[in-house]
Design a protein. Structure first.
Length: 306
C-alpha cells in the first residue's frame, strides 16, 4: 500500500514572493525599456532580491536607478553602491542636485526646506532621457491611503501624471501592459505586502539592511513630534536643541523629511516583534512629507511622483 503524498502548502511569504516574481517577469517580457528603482531602503532591497530570483543566474534585463536627493543618509548611499556592485548590475543615479543646477528645479530654503518634492522632476527627466517605459518600485498599499488606491500596474500619461479614475482592471493576476507612445507605467510588485511581511521576508532570506534600520545612538532633535537626525541639511528652529538617544528608522528617505523612532530593537527578530505590535504605518509615523495635508501623497502622485 502506497503512502499518500502530502501536498506542499505554500506559506503566505511563498505566495507573495511568487506573485512579485511573476509581475517582474511580466514587465521584463512585455515592455521594451523597463527600469528598477532602488533607494537602498528595505522595500527596494526586497525588490532587488526578488529580481535576483526572477532571473538568476542571468543578469537583470534592465538597469537599476536611484533618484538621489543629495540629502540621503550616508549609510544608505554606501549600502546602495556596495550592493549593486556586488550584483554586478548597472546603476543609474538621477541627481536632484543636477536638476537644480540645470534650472529644472528650485531649491527650497529655510528650516522646513526639503528636496523630497523635487524628486518628481528628476524622475520624469531621467525616464525621458533613458526612454524608460516602465519603472518598478517597492511601494506598498499599506503605506498610505493614496498608495492603496493604486493598481499594481499604474499607468501614467505623456506628462507622467496619474489619474486615479482611469485605472485598468486587474483580474486573476492578468496584467495589460500595452501603452501608447509617450505613456509610462509604474509597477509595484510588492504592492500586496505589509511592512511586517517585508521584515519577515528579510529575516527568511537573511538580507543585509543599512544599519539605520536597527537601534543605534544618534544625535537628534524633536520637531512636530518627530525625531530628526542632526545633519547639515536641516536648519533647526529656536528651541530645537539636539540630544542623543537610541533610535532606528522605519523608512528611508531624504534626511529633511524622515524621522526616527525611539527603539532598542537591534536585531531583525526584535524589529519584527516591534512592528507586529504597532498600529501606525511607517509613513504615518515618520514621514513629514505625508503630513502636509490629507491628500499630500495623492497630490504628488498626480503630477508624476512615484
Amino acid at each position: 500500500m502506497t503512502a499518500l503524498t502530502q501536498p506542499h502548502v505554500l506559506s503566505h511569504l511563498d505566495e507573495l514572493e511568487a506573485e512579485a516574481i511573476h509581475i517582474i517577469r511580466e514587465i521584463a517580457a512585455e515592455r521594451e525599456r523597463p527600469v528598477l528603482l532602488f533607494s537602498g531602503g528595505k522595500d527596494s532591497i526586497v525588490l532587488l532580491r526578488l529580481a535576483e530570483k526572477a532571473f538568476h543566474p542571468g543578469k537583470f534585463p534592465f538597469p537599476v536607478m536611484h533618484v538621489d536627493t543629495g540629502h540621503n543618509f550616508p549609510e544608505v548611499v554606501e549600502y546602495r553602491d556596495r550592493r549593486v556592485a556586488e550584483l554586478g548590475e548597472r546603476l543609474i543615479v538621477a541627481s536632484v542636485q543636477e536638476s537644480i543646477d540645470k534650472g529644472r528645479a528650485v531649491e527650497q530654503t529655510g528650516p522646513r526646506a526639503s528636496r523630497n518634492q523635487l524628486q518628481t522632476v528628476t524622475l520624469l527627466d531621467a525616464i525621458q532621457e533613458h526612454q524608460f517605459d516602465a519603472a518598478m518600485g517597492g511601494a506598498r498599499r499599506d503605506e498610505e491611503k493614496a498608495r492603496a488606491k493604486e493598481r499594481i500596474f499604474s499607468f501614467r500619461d505623456d506628462f507622467g501624471q496619474w489619474n486615479p479614475r482611469a485605472q485598468r482592471p486587474e483580474l486573476w493576476n492578468l496584467y495589460n501592459a500595452c501603452i501608447r507612445k509617450g505613456e509610462q507605467i509604474r509597477v509595484f510588485p510588492i504592492s500586496n505586502w505589509t511592512e511586517l511581511d517585508v521584515w519577515q521576508y528579510v529575516a527568511r532570506e537573511n538580507l543585509e539592511l543599512p544599519s539605520i534600520y536597527f537601534s543605534h545612538k544618534r544625535e537628534v532633535f524633536r520637531r512636530d513630534n518627530m525625531l530628526y537626525a542632526v545633519s547639515p541639511y536641516v536648519e533647526r528652529l529656536p528651541g530645537e536643541d539636539p540630544f542623543e538617544i537610541d533610535v532606528r528608522f522605519r523608512t528611508v528617505g531624504d534626511m529633511t523629511c524622515t524621522g526616527g523612532v525611539e527603539s532598542t530593537a537591534s536585531s531583525i527578530d526584535q524589529v519584527v516583534a516591534e512592528i507586529a505590535a504597532t498600529r501606525i504605518t511607517e509613513r504615518g509615523e515618520t514621514r513629514a512629507d505625508d503630513r502636509v495635508s490629507e491628500a499630500a501623497m495623492e497630490d504628488r502622485k498626480r503630477v508624476g511622483y512615484f
